[in-house]
Design a protein around this ligand. Structure first.
Ligand code: PAZ
Length: 345
């Protein structure tokens, strides 16, 4: 036991009063020309062919051998590089808790999962022991000159380890990383196209916090921005809007999959309005709304054919470590069951 008792606290939790105001209107859904423009003017990541091969193997294995449904879970923030040789970038708050936890519940419920995640954000299973204010060495103890898991953590760790092994041994979890918004868009498009053969048995669960703005390649400086580039000591950066590719995903990139997007707001008065307008604009199946300040405690399911459905945890449940995704994913799977049934008619 450490002689100094340290209080665990996070420095990154937002204060409601200072959270970002997202009350500005939404911009339009991307059209075919926006898609063409974007992909014609931005280079694909060089490693994309390798990812394609991994995806092909994963999808055909589950289609032909296990028959499992597939969930594509996107998770974490995206970076917006300010320079081609990137020293500086714009980022956002998302740690990937929603995505990593949801992926675990999909796996537990018999799904295979493609986990498209921001590199170094939380991962299914390892999330229990990473990114915490504890060092991983705190879970260890020394016994007879050997290092081992501290018995007080070993029961809980064994449970996590078994689930992790099960996912590994059954080849049910495919991890695909990205860092920048450009890498995210190219990889999402690729995965969607590879999943076309899966039809309604695929579900897209788009929990990543994707930047709305970026610097187009044509305007990006090659090298580190110099302080001499400032004018009167100020640096101006002009960002362009990232085309809203969800409509392209619904109409062209996927085929018959159930598509779930997330809507994050900071103003309670906007959440339902924005979630509904996303649904009307993109014509997909479900928007899961959440507020930055309460996202671990409550979410709302908004769809065109059902009443809004809130899922809430009590303070007691939160204190006991219950994760809201343990209720969200069974509810999503029920909707996916209905979606598959409808597709068969
Ligand atoms: O990664 P995290 O668990 O900290 O946060 C999850 C979330 C709030 C990013 C996610 O639930 C979400 O709302 N994603 C979509 C954000 C948006 O673009 O509106």
């Amino acid at each position: 036991m450490s002689p100094i008792s340290q209080k665990n606290f996070h420095t990154a939790n937002p204060e409601e009063a200072t959270a970002i105001d997202r009350s500005i209107p939404e911009f339009a859904a991307a059209q075919v020309s926006d898609e063409d423009d974007y992909f014609a003017n931005h280079k694909p990541p060089s490693y994309l062919p390798e990812i394609k091969q991994e995806l092909e193997e994963f999808v055909s294995y589950h289609k032909e051998t296990t028959g499992k449904r597939i969930a594509l879970v996107t998770s974490g923030g995206t970076t917006v590089p300010l320079e081609n040789n990137t020293v500086r970038f714009i980022d956002n708050f998302s740690a990937g808790t929603r995505g990593a936890t949801s992926a675990e519940y999909f796996l537990e419920n018999g799904y295979a999962v493609i986990f498209l995640h921001r590199e170094f954000s939380l991962l299914p299973y390892s999330r229990h022991y990473s990114h915490s204010t504890n060092c991983f060495l705190d879970y260890m103890t020394e016994s007879n000159g050997k290092i081992e898991i501290d018995p007080k953590f070993s029961d809980a760790m064994l449970q996590v380890y078994r689930k992790y092994k099960q996912a590994q041994d059954s080849s049910s979890l495919l991890l695909i990383p990205y860092t920048t918004v450009n890498q995210y868009l190219y990889t999402l498009k690729l995965i969607s196209e590879e999943l076309k053969v899966y039809g309604s048995k695929a579900v897209f669960y788009l929990a990543a916090a994707v930047s709305d703005f970026f610097i187009p390649e044509s305007r990006m400086p090659q090298h580190k921005i110099q302080s001499s580039a400032t004018q009167n000591g100020e640096l101006s950066i002009h960002l362009a809007q990232v085309p809203k590719f969800l409509s392209r995903l619904v109409d062209n990139w996927s085929s018959g999959a159930m598509i779930i997007s997330f809507k994050l707001e900071t103003d309670n008065n906007l959440l339902l309005k924005k979630a509904r307008s996303a649904l009307e604009r993109y014509h997909h199946q479900l928007v899961i709304g959440n507020l930055l300040q309460t996202r671990k405690k409550e979410v709302v399911f908004v769809s065109s054919d059902k009443e809004d459905h809130w899922i809430r945890l009590t303070d007691e449940e939160l204190k006991n470590g219950k994760m809201i995704e343990s209720e969200m994913i069974p509810a999503v799977i029920k909707l996916h069951d209905e979606w598959i049934k409808k597709a068969k008619i």
